[in-house]
Ligand binder design. Structure first.
Ligand code: ZN
Ligand code: ZN
Length: 292
């Protein structure tokens, strides 16, 4: 008698997510589909650090202290760990409504809005809920067919609603949201320290080098040190600036998305005020001229 083993296919939760994400390692790794800039981040970090360990670190370990490569290695490992954790983890994707749930929500909205006459625009889909004795407006996502929780937003690149959405970062190849923001912040913080560290010790290397290297001779005879200084110099401005910006946002308990929205509103108010002043000025100066 033969025993037939029938294996039931188990559908995992991540397999049901219809967004534009890629998964591997049985759903443990989750990323956006566009990963080109993430590979560039890896190449820049791995390339610069490999050159630093291969050339300057060997010389500085002998001349100054063996602690220099040890600290560099610790910073490098920490940066890579936080980068991979940010890139590979779920940023806080909110599952879309199932067909039954979507139909029920649609029915609720129609009941609340009543029959909208043809040719008239239906009112915006907003739901008021009470959180901590405060009325909070929840916006409806037409793609995910859900009322988004407060501070969530829809990422157009990943096509998902993300909890406490900060921004979509192509450099890490993923959204930055509630579940991976701390790793993203630690990544940019450690990368800033690593960049400053490599940049400083490259300058020390040039100053100490027995071959009498000067900045002019280095520029005339390009070497790996010049390449590293060049990469670190440009990374410094962007990454250190970004770390400062996110430290400011953390202190205000704000996300990049909210900050951008506030700036948009400020810009709109600024332009509106300017327009009103311009209108009043032209009205008061040109009107008497036309009556003459
Ligand atoms: Zn959505
Ligand atoms: Zn995204």
């Amino acid at each position: 008698m033969s025993v037939m083993m029938v294996r039931k296919k188990v559908t995992r939760k991540w397999e049901k997510l219809p967004g534009k994400n890629t998964f591997c390692c049985d759903g443990r790794v989750m990323m956006a589909r566009q990963k080109g800039i993430f590979y560039l981040t890896l190449i820049l970090i791995l390339g610069t650090c490999s050159l630093f360990f291969a050339f300057e670190c060997r010389y500085l370990a002998v001349q100054l202290s063996p602690a220099i490569p040890v600290f560099a290695a610790l910073l490098f490992l920490f940066s890579m760990a936080t980068l991979l954790r940010t890139s590979f983890s779920d940023p806080g994707v909110i599952p879309r409504a199932l067909p039954d749930e979507a139909a029920f929500i649609e029915m609720e909205i129609e009941a609340a809005n009543g029959n909208v006459p043809q040719g008239q625009r239906p009112p915006p889909r907003i739901k008021n809920v009470q959180i901590n004795n405060q009325i909070v407006k929840l916006k409806y996502c037409y793609t995910c067919k859900i009322f988004r929780p407060p501070r969530a937003s829809h990422c157009s690149i990943c096509d998902n609603c993300v909890e406490r959405f900060d921004h979509h970062c192509p450099w890490v190849g993923n959204c930055v949201g509630k579940r991976n923001y701390r790793y993203f912040f630690l990544f940019i913080l450690s990368l800033s320290l690593l960049t400053i560290y490599i940049f400083t010790f490259n300058i020390v290397y040039v100053a100490l080098s027995e071959s009498g290297l000067s900045i002019c001779s280095l520029l005339l005879n390009p070497s790996f040190t010049v390449l590293e200084v060049f990469i670190c110099f440009f990374t410094l401005w962007s990454v250190v600036g970004l770390t400062g910006f996110h430290t400011f946002l953390v202190s205000l308990n704000q996300t990049t998305n909210e900050d951008v929205n506030i700036k948009r509103i400020c810009l709109f108010l600024f332009l509106l005020t300017g327009y009103i002043w311009f209108y009043l000025f032209t009205y008061r100066t040109l009107l008497p001229l036309t009556n003459m």
